[in-house]
Design a protein around this ligand. Structure first.
Ligand code: H53
Length: 832
């Protein structure tokens, strides 16, 4: 079947260049950089892309069959479905995943090799689907994989951005953002021009009494934009269930590409209207844990919520059930507050369009939604200006005011003596301008609110949502600790380790039940097993060293300790702590005699991650890392003892190479700031140890794998506020080693000192909000323990194996089952 459908590529003619000739394919592309780079497509490239296209289309055919069957089965079974609303789905590549799930990778491998291709090279042709910023978007992608694998009837709903997260280039040490146009050839999406929804914006509300004396609110005027569905099949592993991810794309409504204007000769303005409509889904906002309150972002949110809800309601209406049964058929999970308008939109549909009483409608709404909070950082909590909302969504603002009124009335009744509470919990913040607090609206409109790791779920209950716990009681608030899918993050990323584990466990069952990994513990003392384990890590480090060489030009020694910190660049994640630690190490090496240096453990400090384009301090950190790398890497006194690498354009595909290659990885956020973190899980599952703070899921990882297998350091969350207070009022004392590092930066050793003065003064003069100085000493001493431990390779490997054996808890399969039981109340629907 597979090779039958590959005739198209036997002709080696890439479909997206169906009209192209060789001459056209030789066309040069201009590329923005310091100079101008000209890339020329070669015949060789074309062949690889054609091989990719043929292979992808062949596997896609298989998927379509199961996808159709799954949708029919779910419609026929007519049971409760889950809808996961997320503005981000950071999917990465699809072909390898499709091969694994369809299960014919070996056939493809043989076939491709007959034609002279290596399957890995073909897989590498695919452009990452990068419709997300970081942890939140990747979590959504892992959830889809587990939902399908566990046979849950589930849909993802998102936006089909034309531009995903930008591509990062490092030029002269600075981050430069390049647009990520990824849709050139995407065999994994199916345009559904038959599924469209008209979405209204702006306009005004007319209120009148109908013939029965009932008040009617009618939202009129404004403009409409069309949402067009694009469907992406999501195959499960070891099951035929293939769920659907529906992404909405914006387009001018058919009436909107104004033929009147067009015919009147106003062609340009007709095209401009069309472009304005298409702008809504044009680009992913590149901020992670940071909200900027831009109107276009609010438009995106409403556009996507309204289209998704229309779709969900339409599907429900086909069952001809009574409205009160809606929450028995539909569970909608809000991935952060981004989709909170869905709560308002459902209330509007039920009251304004379907004529239900307010209370009846509100009962349905509040039994349908669940809200997941992913952050306590104030700058990430969404607020929308009331005037903006009034203009864009006038009827929704009225509904929000009514929801708030009824809510505040009930609070007032229960807490008559606490007048301040009303101001604290109100959906409307009485600022100038007034703001709509989306988290409050999400809590009020949902039946469950969950955090994403134990510490985080406790923190939201005792800090930002404390009043709501008093109002609703503690049961409304729960914890579901995050996870990762072992299919992508073990089997696909680290096939040799997966094979070795399978050889000991008697098969790949562990990929469906990760707790089976615990059987590995009985092999910890097996010498041959240990050396195979070590050999695989070494091979993975060679693979990463090659990526480093190809992308940075630097050669690194794969025998050195690989120390990795890859994640979005953010002050709270403290890449600055890491690079200051690197400078400290550098200074130490420079001060030692050659004999003393002999005793040191050679280290490669590897960084990667994007900064939000407008986050100047994060960009300064990237600049410092690159300047430090430039100095250290060419210092002959240092040689292989220390290398510093910044891997540009960190993304899912690069993570699949980086995670299996770490000896130690860094998860060093200020305690209480990282909600969970999920890359910590990816590294440990691949046999890397971690150095980290007592923050997010690090705490549960420690509980699972044992304190002796992790390097913890730093201030505890419960002490952070007191220390900040001390900095503010009792003065601040800079750690002496850090002072020495700052002196070196200020001397100009790493380039123009002025470039880094704000970074230093954020610590020395502005309160050191992230406690870099307070934690510096324990960070350095813990890094010394890492060096020491690494010298005993036997013991190190034992820790690595034991840790992997105890990671069963962190599969998204466990996570999804918890959501299904405690929040959604949905059952799996396996094939008979
Ligand atoms: O969500 C991850 C967490 C991580 C947290 C992250 C996140 C974003 O990526 C973006 C916005 C936001 O509010 C939170 O920072 O700790 O692991 C998944 O829950």
């Amino acid at each position: 079947l597979v090779w039958g459908s590959m005739n198209s590529f036997a002709m080696l003619r890439p479909p997206w260049r169906a009209r192209s000739s060789i001459a056209m394919s030789r066309m040069s592309r201009f590329h923005l950089s310091s100079g101008v780079r000209i890339e020329t497509d070669t015949q060789y490239d074309i062949q690889f892309r054609a091989a990719y296209a043929g292979t992808a289309l062949a596997f896609r055919d298989r998927l379509i069959i199961e996808w159709n069957k799954t949708q029919q089965r779910q419609t026929f079974a007519d049971q409760k479905r889950v809808y996961y609303l997320s503005l981000e789905f950071l999917m990465g590549r699809a072909l390898d995943n499709a091969m694994l799930n369809v299960g014919l990778k070996d056939v493809a491998q043989d076939g491709l090799s007959e034609l002279g291709f290596r399957v890995e090279d073909v897989i590498n042709q695919e452009h990452d689907a990068a419709l997300g910023n970081g942890g939140l978007g990747r979590l959504a992608a892992c959830f889809l994989d587990s939902l399908a694998t566990l046979n849950y009837p589930a849909w993802g709903y998102g936006l089909r951005y034309r531009y995903g997260i930008f591509k990062q280039e490092i030029i002269d040490g600075y981050q430069v953002e390049i647009p990520d146009y990824w849709l050139d050839f995407n065999p994994w999406e199916f345009p559904r021009h038959d599924i469209t929804v008209d979405i209204q914006f702006y306009g005004h509300v007319i209120r009148y009494q109908d013939e029965y004396g009932k008040t009617v609110n009618s939202w009129q005027g404004g403009e409409t934009v069309q949402a067009v569905a694009y469907d992406v099949p999501i195959p499960g592993y070891g099951t035929k269930t293939t769920n659907n991810l529906r992404l909405w794309s914006s387009k001018a409504t058919s009436g909107e590409f104004d033929f009147q204007k067009f015919n009147a000769g106003d062609y340009e303005s007709a095209v401009a209207d069309q472009q304005r409509a298409e702008t809504i889904s044009a680009v992913l906002y590149p901020n992670d844990n940071l909200e900027r309150g831009k109107e276009l972002r609010l438009k995106q949110q409403y556009f996507w919520c309204a289209a998704s809800l229309y779709d969900i309601v339409r599907r429900f209406k086909k069952t001809r059930r009574a409205w009160r049964e809606f929450p028995d058929q539909v569970a909608i999970q809000l991935n952060d507050t981004h989709p909170t308008l869905a709560i308002v939109e459902l209330q509007r549909i039920l009251v304004d369009l379907e004529g239900l009483d307010w209370d009846e409608a509100w009962h349905i709404v509040t039994h349908t939604f669940g809200y997941t909070n992913h952050t306590v950082l104030p700058e990430a909590l969404e607020k929308w200006s009331v005037p903006l909302m009034q203009n864009l969504l006038p009827r929704h603002l009225q509904i929000i005011y009514d929801i708030n009124l009824f809510f505040l009335q009930s609070v007032e009744k229960r807490f008559p003596e606490d007048r301040d509470m009303l101001a604290r919990v109100s959906v409307i913040e009485e600022s100038h301008p007034k703001m709509v607090r989306m988290a409050h609206l999400a809590i009020i409109g949902s039946h469950k609110v969950n955090g994403v790791a134990e510490l985080h779920s406790d923190l939201i209950k005792t800090t930002i949502f404390k009043d709501f716990v008093a109002i609703y009681g503690p049961d409304k608030f729960t914890n579901v600790t995050n996870g990762i899918t072992p299919r992508r993050w073990l089997h696909q990323a680290n096939p040799r380790l997966s094979d070795l584990i399978a050889s000991k466990l008697g098969g790949f069952e562990f990929l469906k039940d990760l707790t089976l990994l615990d059987q590995l513990e009985s092999f910890v003392d097996d010498k041959a097993f240990r050396s195979e384990w070590a050999e695989i890590k070494y091979a993975n480090k060679i693979r990463l060293a090659k990526l480093i060489k190809d992308t940075t030009g630097y050669s690194v020694n794969p025998r050195a300790l690989f120390d990795v910190q890859v994640k979005r660049i953010h002050e709270y994640k403290r890449q600055q702590l890491n690079i200051f630690g690197v400078i400290h190490r550098y200074l130490k090496i420079k001060s030692l005699s050659p004999e003393e240096c002999q005793k040191l453990v050679p280290r490669v400090s590897i960084f990667g991650g994007k900064a939000a384009p407008g986050y100047w301090m994060a960009k300064t950190i990237i600049h410092l890392i690159n300047n430090v790398a430039a100095v250290i890497n060419k210092d002959a006194d240092v040689g292989d003892l220390l290398k510093v690498i910044f891997i540009e354009d960190y993304n899912v595909s690069k993570a699949e190479i980086i995670c299996p290659a770490s000896d130690i990885s860094e998860h060093i956020s200020t305690a209480g700031t990282e909600a969970s973190g999920t890359s910590n899980m990816k590294f440990v599952l691949n046999g890397g140890l971690i150095i980290g703070t007592c923050d997010g899921a690090n705490i549960e990882i420690t509980r699972e794998i044992g304190e002796q297998n992790i390097f913890l350091f730093g201030t505890l969350a419960e002490d952070v506020e007191e220390i900040r207070h001390r900095h503010r009022y009792d003065g601040f004392r800079l750690d002496e080693n850090l002072a020495r590092v700052f002196e070196e930066i200020q001397k100009g050793t790493f380039g123009d000192a002025d470039d880094f003065s704000a970074l230093i003064s954020s610590i020395t003069d502005h309160g050191d909000y992230y406690l870099v100085s307070d934690d510096f000493h324990s960070y350095l001493t813990t890094q010394e323990l890492v060096d020491e431990a690494f010298q005993d390779q036997d013991e190190w490997i034992a820790k690595s194996i034991t840790s992997v054996a105890r990671m069963g808890f962190f599969s998204t399969d466990r996570v999804i089952n918890e959501y299904a039981d405690s929040i959604w109340n949905v059952e799996p629907l396996p094939e008979e």
